[in-house]
Design a protein around this ligand. Sequence first.
Ligand SMILES: [Fe+2]
Length: 461
Amino acid sequence: MATPKLMKESLYRLQERVEQARAQTDSLFALLRSDAIYERPIPERHRLIFYLGHLEAFDWNLLGRDTFGLASVHPGFDKLFAFGIDPVDGQLPSDRPADWPTVKEIQAYNTKLRETIDAALRAPSSKLAAEVSGTSLDTLLNVAVEHRLMHAETLAYLLQQLAIDKKDKKIDKKVAPENSASAVTGAASSRNDFQRMAAISEGEATLGMRREGGEFGWDNEFEENKVRVPAFHIGAYPVRNGEFLEFVRAGGYEDESLWSAEAREWITSTGISHPLFWERSGNDARNSDSWEYRGMFAQIPLPLDWPVSVSHAEASAYARWTKRALPSEGQWHRAAYGTPTGRECLYPWGDAGPSAQRGNFDFAHWDPTPVNAHPDGQSAFGVHDLLGNGWEWTSTPFAPLPGFRPFAFYPGYSANFFDGKHFVMKGGSQRTAACMLRRSFRNWFQPHYPYVYAKFRTVEE
Ligand SMILES: [Fe+2]
C-alpha cells in the first residue's frame, strides 16, 4: 500500500508526463509550414487540423467533463474533435478545409482546456472525483498521456505523407532531433548474417499482464495468459529494403499465387506495386529499377540496410514467396522475451528499462536506422531490432485475451476492432514513446493500411 506522500508524488509525476506529452505533440504541429495544417496527407484520415483540436478535446472529455464534471467551454468543439476515423471499407471522408474552424479558434479552445484541466488536477478533490467516476486518477492520467503519445506517432505517419516542402524541421530546433538518416550506421555484418534464422527452443510465452499487478495497461493488455510455443526458427533481423527489392524485382507484386484474394483486389484497385515509402528514380522513372526512399525531411537513395516498411498484406506475400510465414503473437513473444533457460525478461535485452543504445525508439530519430545498429538490444536468442525501428506484423488477428474487460470510460477502445480485420503488431517504431515498449503492449492495424511504420520478419516451423 503506497503512503499518501508517495501517491502525491506519483500524481505530480503524472502531471509532469502530461506536460511532456503536450510538448511532444506541440512540436509536431510546429513543423508545419503555413496552411499545411488543412492538408489531408492520408486520404482515409482526417485533415491535420482535426488533430490540433482532438488531443485537447479527448483530455477534456475524459477528465474535465466525465471525471470532474466541469462546464464545457465549447460543447460544439468537444463533439467535433471527439473521435478519429478508421474506415475499413474504403469509404473516404469528403469534408473541405472551409468546414473546419480556424487555427486561432482551436488554439484558444486548447489553451482554455489546458488551464481548466490543470487547475482541476491541482485541487485536492481531484483524486476523489476520479474514484467517484469509478476509475483511479492514475489510470485516467496514464490514458491521457499514452493517448497523446500514440497520436505523436500517428501524426508522424501523417507528416511522413505530407510533401517535404510543407514541413520544416528547422522551425522547431528544441524538440525535433537531428534527422539521422545517414548518420547512424550498423556494425559490419555480411549478407548471410542478415538472412540468418535464429533457433528458438520450445517454451512458454507470457502475453498480457495481471490486473492485480497495479501497473497501467490498456484494456486489451489484460489478463495475463501463458501460451506454450513449440520450437521454431525466426529471422535474426527484420526483412530489409535490400531483401524486399529482390522480391519486387522477381515480380512478387504481380505473382497472384502470393496474395490472398482480398490482398490482390487491394493492390490491383490501388495500383500498388512497391512499398509506399519507395519511389522510382532516374530519367524514365516509370520504368526505372533504381529507387529512392521518401524520408521525413529528405528523399534519399534507397537505404538497403533499413527495415522495409510495408502493410500486412505485402509482408504476407513476401513471407509466402520465401515459403515461410509471419510469426504468431506467441512466437514473437517467445523470440523477444524468452530465454533458453525458460526465464522470461521484461525486454528483449533483459529487465532494465529502455535506453537509446537498445533500439531506435522514443522519438530519437525521424527515420529508421540499419537493422544491426543496436546490437545491445538483441534478445537472449540473438534476435535483433525487435523493439523500435518499426512495429512488427504478426499473423495473429487482434482479439481479446481471455479475461478481457473493456474500460468503462472508453468501452470501444479495443472492442471496436475485434472484428477479424485487424492484426496484432508488436515492438514499436522510431516514433513510439518509451512507456509503450512494455511487454504487454499490443498495437493493431488493418492489413491494407501501408502508412504505419511497420516492419516484419519471417518464421519457419
Ligand atoms: Fe484519438
